[in-house]
Design a protein around this ligand. Structure first.
Ligand code: PLP
Length: 382
């Protein structure tokens, strides 16, 4: 048996020990953490919907109508009219023929890779993909090959050497720790030519990018023939929880038959599906929130550039500031916290060694003054 105590101690000395904060308030521009009110720049609540009154009302009404638990998996007796209506609305929202709900984005990713691929097949992934996509490939039993970040040529080269067997290409649409956007049109062309599935994970694009926030596929004008598998989550910009996969009728039916993380798990509470339906309606009509968010991003980037901070190539609500060494990122995050500002330090193994960073995220709930407060605090770091 390994010595867990010693291993934990080692993590501490390497500055890699992770610990949780206890939040005592709803999500918002300000949150109460361990009794202190902090300005929050690390949630993924991009549209500020996680505590929206109308979504809360829908959640409560859903609980009154359906109770708290779904009781069983979708294929047994857990699939309610609320789930079904949400799936139809998600398909329409994303511009795909059909959609299928999963309990989390992590499970959706595992389910797709395992259903489409197995031993003898290959999964190709961007080097900077989210951990759930990497785990999905490993669990599927297929051979995982990683291509250089946002490099379609490298992908094409690797696909050309792949031989027979299914080929599945998975990419973050908006990279979760970097904020940049995948070159989806080029990836789509390459995958079509190579007879490979292309799956995009739009956890950070849905609600934010595309007309009416419909996501990264719509942002690029791509549909189910270009990107046959579209996955997005409900717990970030949409402010609730859960995820869905959208695709052709056959893809969705096939997942219902064979995605193990769909078949062998309890359906999300129907009340949550009701909340997500309300959130979808609000997100669709929230062009004002999206515009305000874009203004905050522009304000921040202009301000940070003036201060000489090391921005990354991101036009989205994820705006990392590169620190390099783990210790620097941790120290910066600590100094901001002392000034009442919550920004998380992202360290290896979440990001490659030597690229530790502050991951700053913006929400439509933030004000221009709050962004200025952040810039002032960042200015005092260096
Ligand atoms: C958050 C996230 C997930 C996981 O979604 P959950 O619903 O939180 O399990 C998957 N992919 C990406 C890119 C994410 O950022």
């Amino acid at each position: 048996m390994k010595n867990l105590h010693a291993l934990l101690q080692q993590r501490r000395t390497e500055g890699l020990y992770r610990s949780r904060r206890t939040v005592e308030s709803p999500q918002g521009a300000e949150i109460v953490v361990d009794g202190k009110t902090l300005l929050n720049f690390c949630s993924n609540d991009y549209l500020g919907l996680a505590n929206h009154p109308d979504i809360k009302k829908a959640f409560i009404a859903g609980a009154e109508k359906y109770g708290t638990g779904s009781g069983a998996a979708h294929l047994i007796c857990g699939h309610s009219t609320a789930h079904h209506a949400l799936e139809e609305e998600l398909a329409e929202f994303s511009g795909y023929p059909r959609a299928l709900l999963f309990s989390t984005g992590y499970m959706a990713n595992l389910g797709v890779a395992q259903a489409l691929c197995g031993r003898g097949d290959r999964v190709f992934e961007d080097r900077l993909n989210h951990a759930s996509l990497l785990d999905a490939a490993l669990l599927s039993g297929a051979r995982l090959q990683r291509y250089q970040h946002n490099n379609p040529d490298d992908l094409q080269h690797k696909l050309s050497e792949a031989g027979t067997g299914e080929k599945l290409v998975m990419t973050d649409a908006v990279f979760s720790m970097d904020g940049d956007i995948a070159p989806l049109p080029q990836l789509a062309t390459i995958c079509q030519a190579a007879d490979a599935w292309l799956m995009m994970d739009d956890a950070h694009g849905i609600g934010v990018l595309g007309k009416h926030g419909c996501g990264s596929a719509q942002h690029f004008g791509l549909g189910s023939t270009d990107v046959p598998v579209y996955m997005a989550t409900l717990g970030k910009a949409l402010g609730t929880a859960g995820a869905f996969v959208a695709g052709s009728d056959d893809l969705i039916e096939y997942l219902i038959q064979s995605a193990r993380t769909y078949v062998y798990t309890t359906a999300m509470p129907p009340a949550l599906a009701e909340a997500a339906r309300a959130s979808l309606r609000i997100a669709c009509a929230a062009d004002d929130r999206r515009e305000h968010l874009q203004q905050l991003i522009r304000q921040f980037r202009a301000g940070a550039q003036q201060l000489g901070l090391q921005l990354m190539d991101s036009a989205t609500a994820i705006q990392p500031i590169l620190a390099g060494e783990t210790a620097a990122a941790t120290r910066w995050s600590q100094r901001l916290l002392e000034q009442g500002i919550l920004v998380s330090a992202i360290r290896p193994p979440t990001v490659p060694a030597g690229t530790a960073r502050l991951r700053i995220t913006f929400s439509a709930n933030h004000t221009r003054e709050q962004v200025n407060r952040l810039l002032d605090a960042l200015n005092q770091l260096t």
